[in-house]
Design a protein around this ligand. Sequence first.
Ligand code: ZN
Ligand code: ZN
Length: 394
Amino acid sequence: MEASSLCTICGVSNARLCTTCRSAAYCSLECQQADWRTHKLLCRKFKDSSMSNFTARPSPKHYLAIYFPMTTRSPCLVWVDSKEDEHEQGYFNPELDQLLVVPGHNRYIGRNLLCIRGNSLRGRKTNRDTLNIWYLDADPIPNLITNQSLHGTTPTLIGDTWGEFIWKGPLVAVMKAGSTWDPRLLMDITLTGYRDAIDYLGYYRETIGSMIDGIGMGDHLAKRVLADKSGKVWGVRINCIGDQARGNPELVPVAVPNTHPLFNLEGDDPLCIPDLLDWTWVAKAYVGKAQSNTGDVQSDLENPLARLLLLQTSVEDGKWEGLRPWWHDPNIGSILVVNRRGGDVEVGKVKAMCKFIQQKVFPLMTDERAIALGGKQEVLAAITEENLALFVES
Ligand SMILES: [Zn+2]
Ligand SMILES: [Zn+2]
């Protein structure tokens, strides 16, 4: 089986390549979403570079690499030249003199190399090819500052990993063909390699190494962290009218990786009414805001059940607030619901919650109650486990 058909995020086989870059594979939309914040920084650029492979590649010895500059905010793709080793025929080294530099420092700085052969967090114990990350010896160098493309953006690329070690100076990730001890030939980097680079650097600890590959994988803390972060829980996809018309059921259980952004604070969008019952559900749209926010109503992006779940019980200027501001657009599209604290969300529970809101809570949210003293309290008083239980199908 081709390594590229293993899911970048969870490692299951038969994953499909990203249709834009064709350089990272995903088993599901949920896994693709889990990678998106990182992947989107290079996806389109990768497509442009690989499309123009034959014209843009400066020479047959140049290969695509990922450069993490010290002072700019995001990583970029670069062509790196390679040179045959003086002492060993058929062994090629990347030419990194133009990239591993620190402004104001002209003398040669020592370099370190990290070799990454697998990613245990992503269920890929051994990859087909080897990732090499080159970085500079930090200590005696002036002007060597924290790497901005890894740590400097908000949220940082390292932000959703362990994030203990601060990387300084520029870094370059290149790929070598094969997974033997010391592969000889360079190849173009893949965006699965990019994911692995972020994970490796993000789960790196100074004396022990990275939790995701090599010896750093073995100790107690690493095992605990990985057990916590790897794996999946069940969420529920609520399909919009359009996705239902394409043959998908209204509610579908989906396996969601624990590294999905909804499990981090960043994606925090608690659902108001479930939250009042201490059901810590959060929702995320599948369609990006930019895509849906065209101004006009596309009825196939309408999602009545999502609309119920997203309903808020707050009052503003004598009116019920309705949906959270982010969701005011009628083009909600399909959404994913997970439990922020982990654990599974069942289809039956989502069904019951929607019915409860539709038949019990929403009818109470009248114009009169929005302005009446204690009107809101009356609505809140109806939101109880006992009332909800009436809508659970046995
Ligand atoms: Zn997956
Ligand atoms: Zn892509």
